[in-house]
Design a protein around this ligand. Structure first.
Ligand code: GDP
Ligand code: GDP
Ligand code: MG
Length: 333
């Protein structure tokens, strides 16, 4: 099959595979029920498959697209082995996503907007608890490992603990941080951070923000103000607005993304906590339904547990090459 070109190093693949273990087990428990004893593709099999995919958080719209492809392809009433049914499903899911896959699929994240005089500015948004601060720590560690100078800005001034937590991550990643007292104007912190970054000639700035979705107009105003102030110091900033979503909330993450995209321009998504959940299928729903690229996925709490997202690698991990390999994770659990 031509869809699955291998992009990852063995180590990344291992960490993705182990991060998606619960989701894989969930998918295969459902597939096992659908496929066992089935010898032909017919409407009743497709209906069961539809239910299975939806309950594995792949989302209704995306599931429908996959089934349409299965229908077009299936040799109805022909007798097939379970393994063949599985290959058909895996191919059609990969086919659906490879149509949308961009050329950048094959590359790792490139810092957008960087010029010799100005840093790349990344603003990180999302509701409380989704993993913004943790993701910033992981990104800082990663960019630094790639040889970039990084500066963090603690513009979530809503709680003292939020500032302290970012300071802890800055320490772990070994990067500097600009912060003020709790309750300070987030835009002022962003302003200070960008000024410091320009004078220090930092390569990349990452700004943490508070997320209080229960007050959308307030949130919108605050984010707009932060953006306006940043653009004064670094023209064109922010170059990337990353919306962080908690993957373990399944379809709620899709809803949250839709709401957030109305409050501010979002240029990329991060799906976190995929290691702790069986709802990893939601990443497919999000990739298919939102017109915002998933840039990174979080597969653990450690500094190294953030990966570039490549949809075909993801599918390859969720749906391994052979049905029996996938079933192994069910029998082990
Ligand atoms: P924030 O409120 O959006 O800044 O969220 P935090 O960064 O404080 O994260 C909230 C919780 O989620 C913390 O306990 C993190 O350790 C945890 N977390 C974040 N990302 C991941 C991940 O990829 N995997 C797991 N298992 N936990 C995560
Ligand atoms: P506000 O409506 O008065 O809060 O002001 P702005 O939206 O213009 O900016 C928000 C914050 O960013 C301000 O409180 C300042 O701390 C900072 N800021 C914005 N523009 C400037 C500037 O030109 N110089 C300095 N020093 N700080 C600025
Ligand atoms: Mg935080």
């Amino acid at each position: 099959m031509g869809f699955f070109k291998k992009l990852f190093s063995g180590k990344q693949k291992e960490s993705l595979d182990s991060g998606l273990e619960k989701s894989r087990t969930n998918v295969f428990q459902k597939l096992a029920r659908v496929f066992t004893g089935k010898r032909k593709v017919d409407e009743s099999l497709l209906e069961e498959l539809e239910e299975a995919l939806i309950s594995a958080d792949v989302g209704v719209d995306t599931t429908m697209k996959v089934l349409d492809r299965m229908r077009r392809r299936a040799r109805f009433e022909a007798f097939v082995e379970v393994e063949e049914l599985y290959q058909m499903l895996r191919d059609e899911i990969a086919g659906l996503f490879s149509e949308g896959a961009r050329d950048s699929e094959s590359t790792t994240y490139q810092l957008p907007g960087a010029t010799p005089d100005f840093p790349t500015v990344i603003m990180v948004v999302g509701v409380n608890g989704v993993g913004k601060t943790t993701t910033i720590g992981k990104l800082a560690y990663r960019f630094k490992s790639e040889g970039h100078s990084v500066l963090l800005g603690a513009a979530d001034t809503f709680r003292a603990a939020a500032i302290e937590q970012l300071e802890v991550w800055a320490g772990r990643a070994g990067v500097p941080i600009i912060s003020q007292h709790m309750g300070a104007d987030p835009a002022a912190v962003a302003f200070d951070t960008l000024q410091a970054a320009v004078s220090r000639k930092s390569d990349v700035v990452i700004i943490d923000t508070a997320g209080r979705l229960h007050n959308k107009s307030g949130l919108m105003e605050e984010l707009t103000k932060i953006r306006r102030v940043m653009d004064k110091v670094v023209p064109g900033a922010p170059h990337e607005v990353l919306l962080v979503l908690d993957g373990s909330t399944g379809q709620n993450a899709v809803e949250q993304a839709k709401q957030f995209a109305q409050a501010t321009d979002v240029s990329g998504l991060v799906l976190t906590k995929l290691d702790g959940t069986a709802k990893g299928g939601v990443v497919l729903a999000i990739s298919d339904q939102l017109h915002i690229p998933v840039r990174f996925i979080g597969v653990g709490e450690k500094m190294e547990d953030l990966q570039d997202f490549h949809v075909l690698e993801f599918i390859d991990s969720l749906l391994p090459e052979n049905f029996s390999d996938g079933m192994a994770s069910v029998t082990e659990s």
